[in-house]
Design a protein around this ligand. Structure first.
Ligand code: HEM
Length: 149
């Protein structure tokens, strides 16, 4: 997306879809957080070791924090020039502050946090698979709502 040249047919379209899906993800994440705080806390399984509980907590926090940084930086890259974001051409998210982003700090943060988040997601998936296939416990089934316990 960021390497397309001006005459490429996706030059305008790819960032438009990226921003629109990004904003949709912001909305979904807000609903997720509302559900999370309104539900009772899910306790770890009895067989989970102390280091596993600690690592799981750290990764969950990093996933949410990474998303927050991506949302804020993505919003700032898109609105630094005072332009609002057109979300699927359904509605517009207005620019709150206009600022000089010529050194592209928001873009750099966005890029590296996105890569970090992709790494964390892979790690999260590997952890879930370890619980399912090596420890043979209910963790993965609980994650996808299939646990009978
Ligand atoms: C989980 C959510 C998101 C992920 C994983 C993500 C990921 C990325 C990645 C990998 C890039 C390319 C970075 C580069 O190589 O320079 C990028 C660029 C970009 N993203 Fe996101 N993004 C997300 C959310 C958002 C949101 C919510 C917005 C805006 C509302 C946004 C706006 C942009 C823009 C405008 C660029 C182009 C930056 C540039 O021109 O340098 N992104 N994003």
């Amino acid at each position: 997306m960021v390497e397309l040249d001006y005459y490429h047919q996706w030059y305008q379209t790819a960032p438009h879809w990226h921003r629109s899906f990004g904003v949709l993800l912001i909305i979904i994440t807000m609903f997720r957080l509302i559900i999370k705080v309104s539900q009772s806390k899910v306790e770890p399984l009895i067989n989970h070791k102390v280091w596993e509980k600690f690592l799981a907590k750290l990764i969950h926090l990093a996933l949410y924090f990474g998303l927050l940084v991506l949302f804020v930086s993505g919003y700032l890259i898109s609105t630094a020039d005072g332009e609002s974001i057109k979300v699927f051409n359904w509605f517009e998210l207005p620019a709150i502050l206009e600022f000089d982003d010529s050194d592209d700090l928001a873009g750099l943060i966005h890029k590296w946090v996105a890569y970090l988040l992709i790494g964390l997601v892979v790690f999260h998936v590997l952890g879930a698979l370890k619980h399912h296939f090596i420890d043979k416990d209910e963790t993965l089934l609980r994650m996808i709502g299939r646990s009978k316990k």
